[in-house]
Write a protein that binds this ligand. Structure first.
Ligand code: ZN
Length: 505
């Protein structure tokens, strides 16, 4: 492409080759076609706390039906892989002027690599690239800048404006870089794309010629990329090239976040035995999975997924149990598939409790009790008693006095908590936090009573908190409100209740 411009002395008009795209018409047709094909397929997705997500037509912003069909535009969205889904908050959907997406495009000009960032605002019918200076990154300029700063900038997800200012106020960051970089879009991952058809061109450039970045074409095309994986990593990290040659593509994409060891052999560099290499390659291991693998070497992918649900707990637990066995055990517990994380953190508590009580952790019956929560609660109660030797006695003594307030009608009975165990049991049955009230109850700062069905006295029904002779809280399971019959019972009880104030006992 050529353009007519004045020569340097402003004397003659000359026919000069265009180096940089300055407006929409400079963008090659293939790139424009690519962007158009994207905008035709994109859908917007919003997450809703309780009901999952909703999908919207990117053309008219109306909600799509279950088959991803837009009645308004009479259009079906069929390409539903992650590349075409843009996550937005509801606020942006209702205020469409902010909706845009970005396409990165590499270009090589006179040995210099340029990265363009083309903005496409969907509410206009056409491409709206930012002004040239603000939308291009000269990779050579990046290369000039001190790499630590660059790393922070590029790997930071979203930065506050003050952080950006602090970065650019640093005298070590060159002005020419500042000018092109400050307006450059930083990745948010879901609304950016990379044009990959010309990645081979980078073989011609001095900076990228050894990088092997073109081997990542398929991954980049699926939108597995970050700004660092196309700029910082291939240029600064020598591991990038090697990881690609080893077919560890996901690690290459994230390589600047990984601490590789020094040394010549696989184990020194990766911190794990070479026998795991095939597994790593087969699953194209991610940097998150790699961290887990180093912590607990295994070729069981499901086990790694399990470990990812409670990394900090497992770092301790792996000293006491084989995580393979623990996974099987937890999976055998009631309703565990929906509560894996809760089971893991409660199991962690359980083991810590056992350690404190000096239990035999070699005993399989101790490690894997038949009914986990029953044992868990028993251990919690014991731990609390050991930690507060007088507390259990205090609660018990107080309950003898509070028993003056035992009350019943035809249907219900109400009686005071009489031990730490009774409160932990109530807490567990009701899924509430009454177990944390033990100290307050022991000090008679408040009183806890259990209201139950007369013919099911062991089964929790309503947990009642009393202060100064008044009911201040009465909740059923999961902290739900009580019904009108239960309320009537409690108000009848309140009328005859003897207030037992702190200091009276
Ligand atoms: Zn539509």
């Amino acid at each position: 492409m050529r353009q007519l411009v004045y020569d340097d002395d402003f004397k003659e008009i000359v026919n000069e080759k265009i180096k940089y795209w300055q407006n929409v018409s400079d963008i090659p047709k293939k790139v424009k076609d690519y962007i158009t094909s994207l905008s035709n397929e994109l859908i917007f997705r919003t997450y809703n706390d309780e009901y999952g997500y909703k999908d919207y037509c990117s053309n008219c912003l109306k909600e799509l039906d279950v088959n991803h069909y837009c009645e308004h535009c009479q259009k079906s969205y069929t390409n539903l892989n992650k590349k075409y889904i843009i996550y937005l908050s509801q606020k942006y959907i209702s205020d469409m002027k902010y909706i845009c997406f970005y396409t990165y495009v590499f270009d090589v000009v006179d040995d210099e690599v340029i990265l363009y960032n083309i903005e496409n605002q969907l509410n206009y019918d056409h491409l709206a690239p930012l002004k040239y200076k603000e939308s291009t990154l000269s990779i050579a300029n990046i290369y000039d800048v001190k790499k630590d700063y660059l790393y922070e900038r590029i790997n930071g997800d979203t930065l506050e404006y003050s952080q950006i200012e602090a970065f650019f106020n640093n005298p070590e960051v060159e002005e020419k870089f500042t000018n092109t970089y400050i307006e450059f879009c930083f990745p948010s991952n879901s609304n950016q794309f990379l044009y990959t058809d010309n990645l081979d061109e980078l073989k011609k450039s001095a900076l990228y010629k050894y990088s092997q970045i073109w081997e990542l074409k398929d991954k980049f095309n699926d939108n597995d990329f970050t700004l660092s994986s196309i700029t910082y990593n291939p240029i600064y990290c020598k591991e990038f090239e090697y990881l690609i040659k080893m077919q560890l593509y996901n690690l290459a994409i994230d390589c600047s976040k990984i601490n590789f060891g020094k040394g010549k052999n696989f184990k020194d560099i990766f911190g794990i035995d070479k026998k795991y290499y095939k597994f790593m390659k087969d699953i194209d291991i991610t940097s998150e999975q790699f961290d887990l693998l180093k912590m607990y070497p295994t070729t069981d992918l499901a086990l790694l997924e399990f470990i990812s649900k409670g990394i900090y707990a497992f770092e301790v637990l792996k000293e006491y149990v084989k995580l393979e066995d623990l996974k099987k055990y937890i999976e055998s517990q009631e309703d565990s598939e929906n509560h894996i994380r809760r089971y893991i953190s409660d199991y962690y508590d359980y083991i810590n409790g056992l350690i404190m009580l000096g239990a035999d952790l070699k005993d399989k019956k101790v490690l894997y009790p038949k009914n986990f929560y029953e044992e868990h609660d028993r251990v919690s109660a014991e731990v609390m008693i050991v930690e507060n030797p007088n507390l259990d006695q205090k609660i018990h003594n107080l309950s003898n006095i509070l028993s003056l307030n035992v009350y019943e009608n035809d249907e219900y009975i109400i009686f005071p908590a009489d031990s730490i165990s009774s409160m932990i049991d109530e807490s567990s049955q009701q899924q509430n936090c009454v177990r944390t009230y033990c100290e307050r109850v022991g000090e008679n700062d408040c009183q806890i009573y259990f209201m139950r069905d007369k013919n099911a006295k062991d089964k929790s029904l309503v947990t009642v908190e009393v202060r100064d002779g008044k009911v201040v809280q009465a909740r059923t399971k999961f902290n739900k409100d009580i019904d009108s019959r239960q309320r009537k019972f409690l108000s009848d009880w309140e009328k005859v209740m003897i207030p037992i104030i702190k200091g009276d006992n």
